[in-house]
Ligand binder design. Structure first.
Ligand SMILES: Nc1nc2c(ncn2[C@@H]2O[C@H](COP(=O)(O)OP(=O)(O)OP(=O)(O)O)[C@@H](O)[C@H]2O)c(=O)[nH]1
Length: 431
């Protein structure tokens, strides 16, 4: 099953708030004692708690990112502490700062694009080995040949591109640009909260580094908030996994159950089922079936009248209209039924390829990139004196759906009004 790919503002909002907040708070010249102490310990706390949380969810990549940010923070914090105590910079301050500003975007970009593919432990060991190798070589070269290293990384390689505002070495800006582009591509290829957070996190780090010595709180605050954004993105994905259906992008059964617990006294519930979907799957293959479910879901999502669509399971969907009566909802349900009936769905070539030989045989000769269409049947019920709980309303909506199927499909039936179960309210076009 291929997950639905969609770019969402909601992927960016939490990290954006944190990074912008980090920029604002990190720019303050003074902060009270409580917050100063808080931000002094926050990076370490986040490394431990965030690292434990991400490990528990098997997000080795985020653990590696937290570690890289923390190591850069730790090195620079040692220098900043010395400067604040002695009012002079340490002898190795320039070397440490420039190495940190070069290695941070390189390692951050590398880990951000390095997908979790292998076994968890192998993945962890591989990332750890790369980190140890890079740090080992850097420490060995930096302590034995500090001037040569500083000269090499501090050199202005492209004078035309150099600006006087640049406080980091030119190579560091190049590393940031490459890492930003790579992380942007990672998000575009796979739009998910973690990719959005690591991209915006790098923007925060780019803001932080040149200010680490100039602003008293920039280093602590921005490191903390970037680490928080990385951890929060894992929470965001865990929430999505629990409440969102991966195939269609609609909220799933668990989200529906949560919503049903918080409904008022009046609501309408519609159970929706794709007609003859088994036959459709057998003819075109499961992949095409998946595509069609996505397309049906995209139409159901647009239902009017304040309705919200959920994937109930399989090829069944639920539309919930809080605070509405059946009369108010029927036109919207009828509109969505018609929209799906008339919707010519264009199938993508590679996905329309049937999985099984039988399905392939059934389809042989069909044009690639073809269009298909399906119909849906809908059973509707509202909460009333007889159906008081959501479970009871679902049950009678299901009965109405069954009646719609028995009556020939591709129609909207409502429960009630007569004792036989369901009333057909719309004469549908033949299915
Ligand atoms: N491709 C695909 N098929 C699914 C998915 N979930 C359920 N199905 C298929 O949906 C079909 C449901 O078939 P049935 O419940 O027998 O009903 P139907 O063929 O839709 O016929 P009616 O409901 O009577 O119109 C089964 O073949 C399931 O395998 C899914 O996520 N993807």
């Amino acid at each position: 099953m291929r997950p639905r790919v969609s770019y969402r503002v909601s992927h960016f909002l939490p990290p954006l708030l944190l990074v912008v907040g980090g920029g604002v708070v990190g720019s303050l010249s003074g902060m009270n004692e409580f917050f100063t102490s808080l931000f002094n310990v926050l990076p370490t706390l986040l490394l431990l708690l965030g690292g434990a949380f991400c490990s528990a969810y098997g997000r080795v990549r985020q653990v590696a990112l937290l570690l890289v940010v923390y190591l850069a923070y730790y090195q620079l914090d040692t220098q900043v502490d010395y400067y604040q105590a002695e009012r002079v910079v340490r002898e190795d301050a320039g070397l440490v700062f420039h190495l940190a500003s070069l290695l941070l975007p390189m390692l951050y970009g590398l880990y951000g694009c390095w997908e979790e593919r292998t076994h968890l432990l192998q993945d962890f060991v591989a990332r750890g080995a790369v980190l140890m190798a890079v740090l080992g070589v850097t420490v060995a070269l930096g302590s034995n040949y500090p001037d040569a290293v500083l000269g090499m990384i501090g050199k202005i390689y492209w004078p035309l591109l150099h600006g006087n505002w640049m406080t980091m070495v030119q190579l560091a800006y190049l590393a940031f640009v490459v890492a930003l582009v790579a992380l942007l591509v990672a998000y575009l290829r796979q739009p998910r909260p973690q990719h959005a957070a690591q991209l915006l996190g790098l923007v925060g780090l780019l803001w932080m580094l040149p200010r680490a010595f100039m602003l008293p709180h920039a280093l602590h605050v921005m490191s903390s908030l970037v680490m928080l954004a990385l951890t929060a993105s894992v929470v965001h994905e865990a929430y999505q996994m629990a409440f969102r259906d991966e195939l269609t992008g609609l909220p799933g059964r668990r989200a529906l159950n949560e919503r049903l617990r918080r409904l008022g006294r009046n609501y309408v519930l519609a159970m929706t089922d794709v007609d003859h979907f088994k036959k459709f799957n057998d003819t075109y293959g499961h992949d095409v079936g998946d595509q069609v479910l996505r397309l049906v879901a995209s139409r159901l999502r647009k239902v009017g009248g304040g309705g919200k669509a959920y994937r109930y399971g399989g090829e069944e969907f639920t539309i919930l209209f809080p605070g509405k009566s059946v009369e108010e909802c029927m036109p919207h349900l009828e509109a969505v039924r018609q929209a799906i009936e008339q919707y010519q769905m264009h199938l993508r070539d590679q996905d329309s390829r049937p999985k099984s030989d039988d399905a392939g045989r059934a389809r042989r000769g069909a044009a690639s990139g073809q269009t298909v269409s399906v119909t849906i049947s809908i059973g509707v019920a509202e909460r009333d004196a007889e159906q008081r709980t959501p479970e009871e309303v679902i049950k009678v909506a299901d009965q109405a759906l069954y009646s719609a199927k028995s009556a020939g499909r591709n129609r909207v039936f409502r429960h009630g009004e007569n004792r036989r179960g369901a009333v057909r309210v719309k004469k549908a076009a033949s299915s």
